[in-house]
Design a protein around this ligand. Structure first.
Ligand SMILES: [Zn+2]
Length: 150
């Protein structure tokens, strides 16, 4: 499902091809493409991941002062351990970026799921890792169905 991934360090797009995405390293800087943990991004990082990833990208829009956001952080991290490298997990601090407004995010925490650069789902409010897993699995199945049809 993950055909091209963006390096968490230098933000270069790396074609995965037949490689195991979980073991693949960046062709430019040598960093592992997936560490089993969410990647903190700024505006440029978000844009690079959304534009250059061929596969699913899940963004957690959060802020340090937001209680429910802090409560969701361990659940989001657990989902990253479970779903990487099939899904890229990003964290976007709403205090340090203009992207939430551009994304149309009004309340946080908010999750926005992209696939091949196109938004396919979003969720507002706190979710446990079980709820997050169910929500994500459902949307990944939809993606897979679309991919087999095309
Ligand atoms: Zn790199």
């Amino acid at each position: 499902m993950m055909k091209q991934a963006v390096c968490p360090i230098c933000q270069t797009g790396n074609r995965i091809g037949d490689r195991d995405p979980g073991a693949a390293k960046c062709g430019r800087c040598g960093e592992k493409l997936f560490a089993g943990a969410p990647v903190d991004v700024d505006d440029a990082g978000l844009a690079a991941h959304v534009k250059l990833t061929v596969g699913p990208v899940l963004v957690d829009v959060w802020a340090p002062w937001c209680g429910p956001c802090r409560m969701m952080a361990p659940h989001f991290a657990e989902a990253a351990r479970r779903f990487e490298p099939n899904v890229r997990f990003l964290k976007l601090n709403a205090d340090e970026t203009g992207a939430p407004a551009q994304l149309g995010v009004r309340g946080i925490p908010a999750l926005v799921l992209f696939h091949d650069g196109v938004e396919i789902a979003r969720h507002a409010g706190l979710m446990t890792s079980a709820q997050l897993g169910e929500w994500l699995t459902r949307h990944l199945q939809t993606i897979q169905q679309l991919e087999t049809q095309s």
